[in-house]
Design a protein around this ligand. Structure first.
Ligand SMILES: Cc1cc2nc3c(=O)[nH]c(=O)nc-3n(C[C@H](O)[C@H](O)[C@H](O)COP(=O)(O)OP(=O)(O)OC[C@H]3O[C@@H](n4cnc5c(N)ncnc54)[C@H](O)[C@@H]3O)c2cc1C
Length: 523
């Protein structure tokens, strides 16, 4: 059943104002457009945006929407691109959770409680004051992306080599259901695992089961020992074997790789002239000693940007240890493991990521100001090389159309534990910028970017490429994070598992008002 707005915009507005106050409700057209546009494209226009700053206000606004029978869609950092917070019919109430940004650090009990709108960058800064961190500590988009958004759609990157994805670093949550009632997902404050894992149910739900109001994460000590290593590979099969062997050895804190196309384009832009001074200053500040900082800077300067073009595929590892000796021992072991597959190259890229883990979101545009959308699949190791070959054939078949339309693609890779290989494809095409780009990016940065006219032909071609690529991933049995409305889930479940998922949705949201269509439920 589709949720349809039952009230005129005026009536709905006054009911929401009564629930949360005038300052927390907006119907301003530019804000509605911005909040209804993700990194990829625009969805249906919300009737109103509500920005609660307390859990009580969040519950009151949800109750008002429930009484009116209006669809509710949660958004936190807004840095996703899988239609997770886009509701095509429009007329919904969009919950901007960015105002729920409280952080309570409980050092004796080793827990931090975050509002869903806390960005990973803000959390890291706060925890650094007490020498602590969370095991998973954010995606690369963490300057903007939040704890609530990442836990809702399964995120990966910082800390993932050692501690897994966002969902694996959650102790418990408070979630506001479609009725406005609050559920706490664990009966224990000390552990998540007290009977069946109800916390896990709400991880990766893309907001289909409720709006997260608080998330409790475990705390661990920050470690001083650090090493950064990079390797280049000429053959995809040896590249994949190297990443698989490293993942099995479970040595790194995090790892990621890029192909030559992406390295020359997107990532190279990060190391552009404007950023270099800042990186140098950050490096010196972050280095355990001034001498070590100078040594690293000299290494980066010698390597230059050539390091980023050293092979067809380059993989980067960030390694931690309780002290320098442990980190060095791990680095030695990793070098031994990589030697049969590729060659070591200067470590300027992981050095850069170490000093600036949450870079400004300039990558939401391509190196020449093009539009950008990534998609990914998590493959079993035995399928990775065959998928890569099929992808090459896929591009070859479409080469003339892609060239004619100015569409190009690059690859990014990450191990997901020892059993999964994340193969990400980034698509670029010349097209007009959206409200998302205009609102998210710095005006000075935008002023320097080439501007393209609206390009509906290339845009439609990219949309078709996306659909066909998701089908290709599916053929190779890929799983996905960040499902939103872009990736299939239910067709991949067996009948019993699907029936259970549908029954859970019906129990928590019988009228299908909460993010209808996310995860393929209702909508
Ligand atoms: C430049 C760039 C780099 C990126 N790097 C990474 C990376 O390294 N790793 C990675 O995994 N991803 C990456 N991403 C994708 C994305 O930013 C992350 O997955 C991030 O976790 C999204 O968090 P967010 O707060 O922006 O979520 P949003 O975009 O706000 O929302 C994501 C989903 O969660 C739901 N949601 C949001 N808030 C709530 C809530 N309070 N309760 C319930 N549901 C909610 C939304 O409805 C939506 O379905 C990157 C994106 C960009 C633009």
């Amino acid at each position: 059943m589709n949720a349809t707005p039952a009230l005129s915009p005026d009536t709905l507005h006054s009911q929401l104002v009564a629930a949360v106050g005038a300052a927390a409700v907006s119907q301003e057209p530019a804000r509605l457009e911005h909040m209804g546009t993700d990194v990829y494209h625009a969805g249906g226009r919300p009737a109103a945006v509500v920005r609660p700053t307390s859990v009580a206000a969040l519950q009151a606004a949800v109750k008002a929407c429930a009484a009116a029978g209006v669809a509710m869609v949660p958004r936190s950092g807004g840095a996703s691109y899988t239609d997770g917070y886009l509701y095509a019919p429009g007329g919904h109430v969009l919950f901007d959770c960015g105002g729920l940004d409280q952080v309570e650090v409980d050092v004796p009990n080793g827990v931090v409680t975050c509002g869903p709108g806390v960005s990973w960058a803000a959390l890291r800064t706060k925890l650094a004051e007490v020498g602590l961190r969370t095991p998973f500590w954010g995606p690369f988009s963490g300057l903007v992306a939040t704890v609530g958004g990442s836990v809702s759609q399964n995120a990966i990157s910082h800390g993932s080599g050692a501690y897994g994805i966002s969902a694996q670093s959650v102790l418990s949550m408070d979630v506001v259901l479609a009725s406005g009632e609050l559920i706490t997902t664990s009966g224990s404050k000390a552990t998540r695992h007290y009977g069946p894992d109800l916390t896990g149910l709400f991880t990766g739900d893309c907001g289909a089961l409720g709006i997260k109001a608080a998330i409790r994460l475990p705390l661990i000590a920050k470690r001083d020992g650090f090493e950064a290593l990079s390797f280049a590979f000429d053959e995809f099969a040896s590249y994949h074997a190297a990443v698989r062997d490293a993942a099995r050895a479970a040595i790194d804190e995090e790892n990621f790789g890029v192909d030559l196309a992406l390295s020359q384009g997107q990532i190279a832009k990060q190391e552009g002239v404007a950023n270099k001074a800042k990186v140098a200053a950050d490096l010196m500040r972050a280095a355990p000693s001034k001498l070590a900082g100078l040594k690293q800077l000299a290494g980066m300067a010698m390597a230059g940007e050539g390091a980023m073009r050293s092979g067809e595929w380059m993989h980067h590892f960030l390694i931690e240890g309780v002290d320098a000796a442990e980190a060095a021992a791990k680095a030695k072991k990793l070098r031994e493991l990589m030697a049969p597959h590729g060659r070591e190259i200067p470590n300027s890229v992981p050095g850069f990521v170490h000093t600036l883990p949450f870079a400004p979101l300039t990558n939401v545009l391509g190196p020449k100001g093009e539009r950008w959308v990534p998609l990914h699949g998590i493959l079993r190791h035995e399928d990775v090389v065959a998928f890569h070959a099929a992808l090459e054939a896929f591009y070859a078949e479409r080469e003339s159309d892609m060239t004619r339309l100015g569409i190009w693609a690059g690859g990014m890779f990450e191990a997901v534990g020892s059993s999964g290989f994340l193969y990400e494809i980034a698509l670029y095409w010349p097209d007009v910028r959206t409200a998302y780009h205009e609102q998210t990016l710095d005006k000075d940065f935008l002023a320097k970017q080439p501007v393209y006219p609206a390009n509906p032909e290339a845009r439609a071609y990219v949309a078709k490429l996306k659909t066909d690529l998701v089908a290709l991933y599916s053929k190779f049995g890929a799983a996905h994070f960040q499902l939103g409305r872009a990736y299939p889930l239910r067709p991949k479940l067996d009948a019993q598992a699907d029936a259970l998922l549908v029954a859970i949705k019906a129990q928590l949201d019988p009228r299908n008002l909460m993010n209808p269509g996310a995860l393929g439920l209702g909508g």
